[in-house]
Design a protein around this ligand. Structure first.
Ligand code: CAA
Length: 257
């Protein structure tokens, strides 16, 4: 991997992915996104991983899609490159994804953070969809996910002005789970991942899938989907173990079976 660093056994059951193009503020070029897609697929298939943290560095989570790579392209070039099929595959990651964001999370960087399931932000984080300032608009889900996360009025403001919001503001609007001092954001993200990694990975996968379904469907259909996944947890040994451990007043030992 050239543009990301992967630590599959960062902590027990937790993998860490670090975006690693620091000079370019982790601008998301096609190769980086391909590496991220392949890594997430491998981690999804790795039974020793139950939660994944994606981070950048203190200065930048990611400052967006690589403008220099896109600058000379025509609409037909962009259509043929089809960069968003990579994003679609990333979106389908089954394991819980936590974005640990410090510094710039702009354009595709904000969209990547929002593709994750939860965001822990440092006080220095800056979120925004500044594509409008370079004559385009968000293309990796920004108009949809931001609107669902923070509501129409604020999403319109960010998408139409390109202005940035701080981690604190992002927290107030419901975009991030927690905002902490910069020296704490990796610690908090790790703590959250550790809590999730203690759960049954089967239940976590089915629960994640069900929450995400709420964005894509009507309530009635969503409830049916949720119910089926709920029943499916009863096909796992982890369900027997979890309930038995509760009754026996002990800590459950989940095996992902
Ligand atoms: N693409 C390519 N290169 C980028 C980049 C990007 N998105 N963001 C930063 N860089 C590069 C800069 O060109 C610069 O490279 P050089 O040293 O070779 O000149 C380097 O990273 C450092 O950047 P700056 O000197 O600009 O750093 P700064 O601290 O002065 O400013 C910034 C930081 C405000 C984030 C500024 O870099 C910036 O505005 N970046 C672009 C943000 C943006 O518009 N993102 C949206 C991209 S389009 C998109 O994402 C589409 C989509 O939805 C998929």
């Amino acid at each position: 991997m050239e543009f990301i660093k992967v630590t599959p056994e960062y902590k027990p059951y937790i993998a860490l992915i670090e975006l690693n193009r620091p000079k370019e503020l982790n601008a998301l070029n096609l190769q980086l996104m391909g590496e991220l897609r392949d890594t997430l697929k491998a981690l999804d298939d790795n039974d020793k991983v139950r939660a994944i943290i994606i981070t950048g560095n203190e200065k930048a989570f990611a400052a967006g899609a690589d403008i220099k790579q896109m600058a000379g392209k025509s609409a037909v070039d962009m259509l043929k490159i089809d960069q968003f099929s990579t994003w679609d595959q990333i979106r389908k990651t089954k394991k819980p994804l936590i974005a640990a964001v410090s510094g710039f999370a702009l354009g595709g960087g904000c969209e990547l953070a929002m593709t994750c399931d939860m965001i822990i932000a440092s006080e220095t984080a800056k979120f925004g969809q500044p594509e409008i300032k370079i004559g385009v608009m968000p293309g990796a889900g920004g108009t949809q996910r931001l609107t669902k996360a923070i509501g129409k009025a604020k999403a319109m403001e960010l998408v139409l002005t390109g202005r940035f919001i701080s981690g604190e503001e992002a927290m107030q609007y419901g975009l991030v789970n927690k905002v902490v001092p910069v020296e704490m954001y990796m610690y908090e993200a790790t703590k959250l991942a550790e809590e999730i990694a203690q759960m049954s990975p089967i239940a976590a996968q089915l629960a994640k899938e069900s929450v995400n379904r709420s964005f894509e469907t009507h309530l009635d259909e969503g409830l049916t989907f949720e119910r089926k996944n709920f029943y499916l947890t009863f096909a796992s040994e982890d369900q027997t173990e979890g309930m038995q451990a509760f009754i026996e007043k002990r800590k459950p030992e989940y095996k992902g079976k």
